[in-house]
Design a protein around this ligand. Sequence first.
Ligand code: DHB
Ligand code: FE
Length: 286
Amino acid sequence: MAIIVGGVGTTHVPAIGKAIAEKKHNDPYWKPFFKGFDYVHYWLARTKPDVAVVFYNDHGLNFFLDKLPTFAIGAANEYRSEDEGWGIPVSRPIPGDAGLSWHLINALVADEFDVTMCQEMLIDHAVTIPMALIWPGPAWPIKIVPIEINTVQHPLPSLERCLKLGRSVGRAIESYKQDLRTVIIGTGGLSHQLDGQRAGFINKEFDRLCLDKIVAEPDALTGYSIHDWIKESGSQGVEFLNWMAMRGALTGRVSELNRNYHIPISNTAAATVVYDTESGAARQAA
Ligand code: DHB
Ligand code: FE
């Protein structure tokens, strides 16, 4: 049976891609951010996942404002990226696990999450940057199932809906017959606003509250409307919806193994976390 070894949350700012290409890991600006991944690498070397289910938001590469699903899931054996205009190298393709994708699609639709199924899907920086941070080597040691959440065009799904989407994905993974070790990834956030009068807005106190609550009491965050969330976290702070879905997919008691919070990276409050699941911890101890 498939198991969930834990979760990783990380920001996905495109400028990180340029810093990686220019090997700026030890520059004073970048070092405190990249250091946050030392623990992620250590933890992955021990937990050895085969597949990553990645909750993220597309920024206009695959979906545009004319046709924008609320939830979409990739069902391909490979995902390509393209130049988004950020001036960063285009990622090499990432292998997909189409078998797990179809299992999740069946389970989600049975659970009344009527997701858009994509047998071809371009992945943007919200997948490729976290992948390059989490698995920095020359080849991908992992396959992915990308799950896309609309954080771009209103109305957006609620925090509660994304938490429930994640819970449905978590149940579905644990009902998959293949012996797979899965890690759940949520990308984006935390607080940031890229445009308008509040461009550059960051809210450290609110980010801390989110990082504290999401571990043991994610339901406590569902009282915020999307409108409230934008006030507290900035217009792109709603990318936290991806984190809520990631947290929802983690079954049993969840604990925080590591947290790195650093501001700013570009316009964004950058957070990197690793969460353990009860079953992941028990399996490691065994
Ligand atoms: C930035 C942050 C994002 O989440 C994004 O998608 C693009 C840019 C930034 O801070 O520069
Ligand atoms: Fe973004």
